[in-house]
Design a binder for this molecule. Structure first.
Ligand SMILES: Nc1ncnc2c1ncn2[C@@H]1O[C@H](COP(=O)(O)OP(=O)(O)OP(=O)(O)O)[C@@H](O)[C@H]1O
Ligand SMILES: [Mg+2]
Length: 284
């Protein structure tokens, strides 16, 4: 009986959070690293259904790093990263689009629909949602930077009660251009700013941002983030996540969370409990 009363207590404790987030857009970056296990994926789908039923409008941006790496290795195509950002040759771009848009996006969309989420999978190329330019063509090839976000398609999907699931690919400037591979963290960030999201949640494969002794840092401000980047505490795939987080909070998004996608129901724990579980990035 006690534990049932505890469940009721937890529900009551979540009331202020439910009130705060109702009708707001929350962008969730679903990292490739957090997509590895079927049971967790199912729990993630249930969490999204719950958010949706509470009147929250989720937008999901997915990554796919591990699957892209696997496919490039199988096809013996170069697989290189600089500061956590993939270098994309023309050959690799074809593979990146096949894996992100043709494989992962389809699979996730089917999976969510199967679990009762009205999901629509799109690529950043659809309806010119994402327009990009090269980051630095000599160094990164077809890895791009977003120049413009055309949110009409997203707004329409949200207004009609759909959950958009976005593959991080952007259009180039002409019909022959193969398109750009965009780091999914920066896609989540640019979409959040354009659609004026309440918050962004990065689901990844670590507890959050860790300090040099491996301890979780619960809150980071822009100033702290710059220090951690400069002293080498933050490296690799955490760099684009932190850069995206800073850009979000410095441009109107209230709060960013980096949380452990390997913990069942991590989104619910972060959103609806007072202490949360990962790292929050706030202005001050
Ligand atoms: N200070 C740090 N704290 C936590 N993780 C860190 C830190 N510095 C570097 N990392 C690395 O960042 C990784 C997370 O980024 P990664 O790009 O691998 O995953 P993702 O962005 O969730 O997935 P994907 O790139 O496929 O979308 C961690 O697994 C860890 O190795
Ligand atoms: Mg990454």
């Amino acid at each position: 009986m006690l534990s049932r009363i505890k469940i009721a207590d937890i529900l009551v404790d979540s009331i202020p959070f439910i009130q705060e987030f109702r009708d707001s857009v929350i962008v969730i970056k679903y990292g490739g690293a957090a997509q590895q296990n079927l049971e967790l994926k199912e729990k993630f789908a249930c969490d999204i259904i719950l958010l949706y039923m509470l009147g929250i409008k989720p937008i999901i941006v997915h990554g796919g790093g591990p699957k892209i790496t696997q496919m490039l290795e199988t096809l013996k195509i170069d697989n290189k990263f600089i500061d956590g950002i993939r270098v994309t040759s023309k050959e690799a771009m074809k593979v990146v689009e096949m894996v992100l848009s043709g494989d992962i996006n389809r699979e996730l969309t089917f999976f969510f629909n199967h679990h009762g989420v009205k999901a629509v999978g799109i690529s950043g190329k659809d309806s010119m949602l994402l327009e990009a330019k090269p980051k630095d063509f000599e160094v990164f090839g077809y890895t791009g930077e977003i120049q413009k976000v055309n949110i009409n398609i997203l707004q329409k999907l949200l207004d009609d009660g759909f959950v958009p699931i976005i593959a991080p690919i952007a259009s180039g400037d002409n019909i022959k251009h193969p398109g750009f591979n965009i780091n999914a963290d920066s896609v989540a960030c640019e979409i959040s700013k354009a659609i004026k999201a309440n918050k962004v949640i990065f689901l990844t494969d670590t507890q959050g941002v860790l300090d040099s002794s491996g301890k979780l840092i619960s809150t980071i401000t822009p100033n702290d983030a710059r220090i951690y980047k400069n002293d080498g505490t933050i490296t690799g795939g955490m760099i684009p996540k932190i850069d995206a987080s800073l850009s979000c909070v410095e441009n109107g998004v209230k709060k960013v969370h980096i949380i452990d996608g390997r913990i069942p129901h991590s989104i619910l724990l972060e959103l609806f409990t007072t202490n949360g579980i990962g790292t929050q990035i706030i202005l001050e």
